[in-house]
Design a protein around this ligand. Structure first.
Ligand code: ZN
Length: 431
């Protein structure tokens, strides 16, 4: 039976960190002579993690502190970051299970692991906003409940799946709890990145960050076959083409529109015949990213707005309705602001995916020109990439690959996407 971390695809570093932390957490409980019998009330002065920190210091100072790995200790607040599909919430749930595991390892089979993974553990709370963002009322109630003594004698765990969707007020309520954490409470936040648009700087500064990376193509193909029942040959193609991105690979394997968009991007290199076509290709790439982003957020935008209006009593005719509508203007504005920033991020992500596809093509041209014994990223354009590699020689292929990577870096550094993409297309054409 695989343990709770088995579902995390290709995340060896993160899993190592989490295993060590779970072992430290178990050591804390052992030191406090736990698990305590049901009904036992904790000594309010007993700060287990402070004790652990001391144990860590002892270990660092060279004394023996058995079962506690120096520097790998437990902490009250964690942020799991990584690109969509890398398994942020899978990691958070697995870690929660390991914390509740009666063996302290995340064995996957004991009642602690099992109830956490199936969402029925009394001391694990999951916040996953469906439609609405996480508001301050919900967060305050959550923080209050999380401060109570764990009924199972281990930890109170709060998982916040979309920490980037906290309202500002909710973020402040969470910050208070993270700043002065109850001794047995652990917050696990999931967010795309630690960018201030996703997680406030003050919350970030109180958390340990667990970065998840894009897993290897082989690991992704394996999970597509095993978990999603996709045919092995399709899974291998999609995993390679997605360059290890789990969600992207699944979409490519299943969604014809995603395949069409990728085909359009990979048609760019042979269309670049002059300045005019280069600028046209830049426009097409930007507009395709905008359209893809708009389609990806449109549905949730409408649903969120409708849900908020319902929650605020819009359309009601009772005496409270008029007042509620006046008070709700601010909340609607807040929602619109967040939706706009999400749309911008979706656009940036869509454009970045296109650039990663394009970089894969020039990488294939380069490896082919060098006769490097590695598999191509895009098997379906391998012949074209090979022809390019012969024509351009390794130097020319490398210059083109660098032009794509520079474009990604420029957009990341907030250069206007259209300007960066136009510059890239011109470099790709000139070579
Ligand atoms: Zn277990």
């Amino acid at each position: 039976m695989p343990d709770v971390f088995a579902e995390l695809v290709g995340q060896d570093d993160a899993v190592g960190t989490l295993r060590r932390a779970a072992a430290s957490a178990a050591a804390v409980l052992r030191a406090a002579h736990l698990p305590a019998p049901a009904g036992t009330v904790d000594d309010p002065d007993d700060d287990d993690l402070a004790a652990l920190a001391e144990a860590d210091e002892d270990a660092a100072a060279g004394s023996t502190a058995p079962a506690v790995d120096p520097g790998a200790g437990m902490t009250h607040a964690w942020i799991f970051t990584g690109p969509p599909g890398s398994g942020r919430s899978v990691a958070a749930r697995a870690f929660a299970a390991a914390l509740q595991c009666v063996h302290g390892t995340g064995c996957g089979t004991c009642p602690g692991c099992h109830t956490t993974l199936t969402g029925t553990h009394a001391d694990v709370r999951l916040v996953a906003p469906e439609g609405l963002s996480i508001g301050v009322g919900e967060m305050r109630a959550l923080v209050l409940r999380a401060a109570s003594t764990p009924s199972g004698g281990r930890w109170q765990v709060v998982i916040i799946e979309d920490a980037d969707r906290l309202t500002e007020a909710a973020g402040n309520a969470l910050l208070k709890a993270v700043e002065e954490p109850p001794p047995r409470t652990v917050f696990l936040l999931c967010a795309p990145s630690t960018h201030p648009e996703d997680v406030s700087v003050t919350i970030r500064s109180r958390c340990r960050v667990v970065p998840l990376r894009q897993p290897s193509a082989a690991a992704v193909a394996d999970v597509l076959v095993r978990r999603d029942g996709i045919a092995p040959d399709v899974a291998q193609w999609a995993a390679a083409a997605a360059q290890g991105h789990v969600g992207r690979a699944r979409r490519l394997a299943r969604d014809p529109e995603a395949r069409q968009r990728r085909d359009a991007v990979l048609a760019v290199p042979r269309r670049l015949t002059g300045v005019g076509t280069a600028l046209d290709a830049a426009s097409a790439l930007i507009e395709a990213a905008e359209a893809e982003a708009a389609a990806s957020v449109a549905e949730s935008d409408v649903a969120e707005r409708a849900a908020l209006q319902t929650a605020l009593g819009a359309g009601g005719t009772g005496r409270g309705a008029a007042g509620a509508t006046r008070g709700s203007a601010g909340q609607l504005k807040d929602l619109e602001k967040r939706q706009k920033s999400r749309a911008t991020r979706a656009q940036r992500d869509a454009l970045d995916r296109a650039l990663v596809d394009l970089a894969g093509f020039y990488r294939d041209a380069l490896t082919s020109a060098l006769r490097a014994p590695v598999a191509p990223v895009h098997t379906d354009t391998a012949t074209l990439a090979e022809a390019g590699g012969q024509k351009w020689a390794p130097e020319g292929a490398l210059r083109r690959l660098e032009a794509v990577l520079e474009c990604r870096a420029a957009i990341e550094a907030n250069v206007k996407p259209r300007i960066a993409v136009e510059a890239m297309m011109l470099s790709l054409w000139r070579g």
